[in-house]
Design a protein around this ligand. Structure first.
Ligand code: NAP
Length: 460
């Protein structure tokens, strides 16, 4: 098996990489385990110096990192630059805050005194997706290396050059051999890694099907895991929404990163009295986007990540229509080279249509009209996913009341500013479990040890 770096803008193969042999894989795990023994004893300040240096190097070379992502997975160049800078911010955030997050916590038992201490658990196996080829890595590198764990990472098969560039970044920043290892391995080898006793925890960001198989394997081995999976987030528009502000967020929420974001707005649930107005303006704004080379700053719609992704998405839309959905716009591949698909809008999606439950990972809008706020909340909650969602209303208190009733891990009111280093990210239901980022993210893979001191008479 090989990892293929293919430019989705024109279908040209850039590079291929063979998976490593089992012997090489074993050697990588041994190096990681050896590294852990010294890395865990290093001071926070010493680890922070390396992580901060990695942030400095990222910022110094934003363009090279960004161009690689654009070439390998089609992210528009300005979005790629933003991702690189944000990845540096995440590294800095944990370099600055890890020691405080993991400091001892005093407890207040009725008798004696007690505290909790936090210690690293060992080598973690991270499996990461292509859609944010650096940010996803920063989300595990910042917290986990600062916590004193070390990482072996399987990145997605279509972004091998980004994966290698990030490993080199950490080596250039002074990380010891074994602190961060990029593994070019098959799914079968990934199973062996999870089984390996040197691995103490498993973190996956990816699809539901990958989550089921990786979490099951981790469970068999009684290893702690965190799962950041897919989503089908509701974008709720109430009748008192400021429509001029809502439309740009609707476009951004669906189309950012080519529509390939886990917490993208995927189901647009609009109260009937404002639905015609919303639909007209939303359709016009989507139609104004211009497909083109993602390396060109003027392009406002890039390709999908791979040819296979485009084929799969058109198939899903065809299936939705075959099950009774109405196409309001798009629906086909674009008549041009590369993995481009027309911006598509579906409506009349009945609950028995597969499109009602599935995630559309690309430029496909699912549009629903509802009679009122209560119906919007009920429809938002009629989902197997529970990652994020949003609500648009001029009444913030109302927005908060709606947000509280939607069953997801994250809710956003009047904007879709999804992620910041300091805010926990993650979902419930089929969107997975555990949180990345913020203080919660660094607590996922540490041993929380109780230490109690009490002066009691000896038991008789
Ligand atoms: P994917 O197919 O699950 O791939 C994600 C990663 O898992 C890749 O490294 C992939 O490797 C690996 N993988 C998949 N099946 C595996 C298996 N059986 N054993 C070992 N490794 C396996 O996901 P995708 O479709 O490329 O990525 C998009 C998905 O990720 C969407 O569902 C999206 O919503 C979700 N996502 C979630 C978050 C979040 O934070 N919740 C963030 C971003 C994306 P190969 O490439 O080699 O197959």
């Amino acid at each position: 098996m090989s990892y293929q770096s293919i430019n989705p803008n024109d279908g040209k193969t850039l590079k291929s990489f063979d998976t490593v042999s089992d012997k090489q894989l074993d050697a990588s795990l041994a190096l990681a385990e050896t590294c852990f023994q010294s890395w865990k004893t290093m001071s926070y300040a010493a680890r922070a110096a390396i992580i901060q240096k990695a942030a400095v190097l990222l910022r110094a070379d934003v363009d090279s990192f960004a161009k690689l992502a654009t070439l390998e997975m089609g992210k528009r160049i300005n979005e790629a630059r933003g991702e690189v800078k944000f990845s540096a911010d995440i590294l800095d955030y944990y370099a600055k805050n890890a020691e405080q997050f993991l400091s001892d916590t005093k407890l207040n038992p009725k008798k004696g005194e007690a505290h909790m201490e936090s210690s690293p658990i060992g080598v973690l196996f991270c499996v990461e997706p292509w859609n944010f080829p650096y940010y996803q890595l920063a989300r595990v590198v910042g917290p986990q290396l600062m916590a004193g764990n070390v990482l072996v990472v399987k990145h997605a098969g279509c972004v091998p050059q980004c994966a290698i560039a990030f490993e080199k970044l950490l080596i250039d920043a002074g990380a010891p051999v074994g602190a961060y290892t990029n593994l070019i391995i098959s799914h079968e080898q990934a199973e062996k890694v999870i089984d390996d006793p040197r691995i103490k925890g498993v973190a996956l960001t990816g699809s539901v099907s990958a989550g089921r198989s990786i979490a099951a394997r981790a469970g068999l081995n009684l290893k702690k895991s965190s799962m950041e999976l897919g989503g089908s987030d509701a974008f709720i528009v109430l009748e008192d929404a400021d429509i001029e502000k809502t439309i740009p967020w609707a476009v951004w929420g669906r189309m950012y990163n080519g529509g390939q974001t886990c917490c993208a707005a995927k189901r647009f649930i609009v109260v009937d009295s404002i639905a015609d107005q919303f639909l007209e303006k939303f359709t016009a704004a989507l139609s104004a986007l211009k497909a083109g080379d993602p390396m060109d700053e003027k392009t406002t719609q890039g390709p999908l990540s791979t040819e296979a992704a485009a084929v799969q998405l058109v198939k899903q839309v065809d299936e939705a229509v075959a099950h009774g959905a109405t196409l309001l716009m798009g629906g086909k591949r674009m008549d041009r080279p590369g993995a481009f698909m027309e911006i598509t809008m579906l409506t009349d999606i009945a609950p028995d249509n597969p499109a009602f439950r599935d995630e559309f990972f690309g430029p496909v809008v699912s549009f629903y009209r509802v009679k009122d706020e209560a119906a919007a909340i009920a429809l938002a909650n009629d989902s197997d996913f529970g990652l994020g969602g949003s609500v648009f209303t001029k009444d913030i208190a109302r927005g908060k009341r709606v947000a509280s009733q939607v069953n997801t891990g994250m809710m956003f009111i009047n904007s879709l500013d999804w992620t910041d280093a300091e805010l926990p990210f993650g979902g419930i239901k089929n969107s997975g479990y555990g949180r990345e980022l913020g203080n919660m993210g660094i607590q996922e893979f540490v041993n929380k040890k109780l230490v109690r001191t009490i002066d009691l008479a000896a038991p008789v």
